[in-house]
Design a protein around this ligand. Structure first.
Ligand code: ADP
Length: 243
């Protein structure tokens, strides 16, 4: 999506319009290293993801995919370029504003769910809601979301009582419970068999669309790309649209 001309400024409310990217990266560069030995992890990356879109990023190990997720999620600051989330410039924000933006606008889905062992499925979803300021939107109903991902009947189970696919379903529901504009998804099928992998990525596509979240999924699994709206390839820090 090089050459994207969609405007990047304006009130956050406007950013929820379906034709406006919820995540916009423009000319993003990131180097790792100490100056003597540096790696160009992101090299002039442009990416625009609309609300409800599921974008996949494939590419070999070391290509820069995790670095892209870290920058998109405000966990790493790029050396150059801008990252706009829900109309707000993440790169211009200080540490506190960045943390707030992350909390309110970004959901993370990890490789194998990353659930907290001591909490039931329902409480995994209640926890992020507790960290919301009182004045902020109250978030979504945990049980309704568990119902949506087919886990309502297991709401009182702990992670060790769930299968890998079920843990991932809860992980997706947890990422959505605060109503994020952007979902960052890291290898969600890494621990799943083929059938479960399709099921989980189909679910991600459906839920992103349903909730109007822009989802960016890093994956090695070419099998599941059919469920994605757009596919990008990352090689040596450069991002190219494939479909
Ligand atoms: P991928 O997720 O595609 O495997 P990464 O984003 O993890 O790629 O890494 C991109 C490049 O940056 C690789 O060459 C990696 O070795 C390097 N890299 C990543 N993190 C660091 C770091 N903290 N310090 C130095 N180099 C790093």
């Amino acid at each position: 999506m090089t050459g994207q001309t969609t405007p990047t400024t304006g009130p956050a409310e406007d950013a929820t319009a379906p034709d406006r990217p919820a995540l916009l990266m423009e000319g993003v560069c990131l180097q790792h290293g100490d100056g003597t030995e540096t790696v160009q992890a992101l090299d002039d990356v442009d990416l625009a993801v609309r609300p409800g879109e599921l974008a996949a990023i494939v590419g070999p190990s070391g290509a820069g995919k995790s670095s892209l997720l870290a920058v998109a999620g405000g966990l790493a600051r790029p050396d150059r370029g801008t990252v706009t989330v829900a109309g707000l410039d993440l790169t211009a924000a200080g540490p506190r504003a960045r943390a707030k933006l992350r909390r309110e606008h970004i959901g993370f889905v990890f490789q194998s769910g990353n659930l907290i062992p001591a909490l039931t499925a329902r409480d995994q979803l209640r926890l992020p809601l507790r960290f919301r300021p009182r004045r902020a939107r109250s978030g979504r109903d945990p049980l309704a979301l568990l119902e949506e991902v087919g886990m309502a009947d297991k709401a009182d189970r702990y992670p060790h009582q769930l299968s890998g696919g079920e843990r991932q379903r809860v992980g997706i529901a947890r990422a959505l419970v605060t109503g994020p504009s952007v979902l960052l998804v890291d290898e969600p099928t890494a621990a799943l068999d083929r059938a479960r992998s399709h099921e989980i990525v189909r679910l991600l596509a459906r839920e992103s669309r349903h909730h109007g979240a822009a989802a960016i999924m890093v994956t090695h699994d070419h099998d599941v790309l059919e469920h994605c709206d757009t596919v990008y390839e990352m090689i040596d820090g450069r991002l190219t649209a494939l479909a």
